[in-house]
Design a protein around this ligand. Structure first.
Ligand code: PXP
Length: 236
């Protein structure tokens, strides 16, 4: 079965709208885990627009589960990761103007820089994943620089319809097959929801999906435990 990691950023977005403590992202994380999620994902952005430093620390201390810290390859955030020691650091591109992560990271453009980051994370006992497009050059670079995992960007597939969605899915399937051959662990995420998740299961070697917005949106109406359970049923 493909595992589910729940991204709780948007619980923090709602909390931050009023600057108080509710709704509590840590409680959302606990409920997700109790309902069967394998881990929790949070993105500590440079602008701290949703998850804050204290949330990452609380998640680390309060949850006995896999924590995946999504982050840009920026020195300030790298140092926080080294201190907090999540099980996994997922490296994403980050642009202050974007509403959400818009594309995969171009690690092939600067393999030396990312190889050094792999080394730093490994020295801190943290696994490292790169959020990349299903592109052979990016996947081979991830393998070459010693990444543990690649997270395939599913945003293009999620935004597309009809034959375009099929084309995007074919690329993801090809990317998964290449990664699997190279021995990389494959995960996927961005824009996945209750309607588009099923075809994603055909990606070879896919072990986990990372889902935030659709799941937290559904949870507003039916609660987090039920929203997680419904997604897990679709992943079976
Ligand atoms: N994976 C990565 C690398 C992301 O940046 C995001 C968005 O924060 C997600 C997965 C989850 O995307 P969504 O909120 O659309 O499910």
């Amino acid at each position: 079965m493909i595992q589910l990691a729940v991204n709780i950023d948007h619980v923090a977005t709602v909390r931050n709208a009023r600057g108080g403590i509710n709704p509590d992202p840590i409680l959302a994380a606990k409920q997700s885990i109790d309902a069967g999620a394998i881990g929790i994902v949070c993105h500590l952005r440079e602008d701290r627009r949703h998850i804050k430093d204290a949330d990452v620390v609380a998640l680390r201390h309060d949850l006995h589960t896999k924590l995946d810290l999504e982050m840009a390859a920026k020195e300030e955030i790298i140092r926080i990761a080294e201190k907090v020691k999540p099980e996994l650091a997922t490296i994403v591109p980050e642009n202050r103007e974007e509403l959400t992560t818009e594309c995969g990271l171009n690690i092939a453009a600067d393999p030396q820089r990312y190889a050094e980051l792999v080394q730093r994370m490994h020295d801190a006992g943290i696994e490292i994943s790169f959020f990349i497009e299903p592109d052979v050059k990016q996947i081979e670079t991830a393998h070459k620089i010693g990444a543990d995992i690649i997270e395939l960007h599913t945003g293009t597939y999620s935004d597309a319809h009809g034959s375009k969605a099929k084309e995007a899915l074919d690329l993801l399937v090809k990317g998964g097959a290449i990664a699997q051959e190279l021995g990389l662990k494959v995960t996927a995420g961005h824009g996945l929801d209750y309607h588009n998740i099923t075809p994603i299961k055909s990606i070879p070697g896919l072990v986990e999906v990372s889902i935030g917005h659709a799941l937290i949106s559904r949870a507003l109406f039916i609660g987090i435990p039920q929203a997680v359970k419904e997604m897990l049923l679709l992943l079976e």
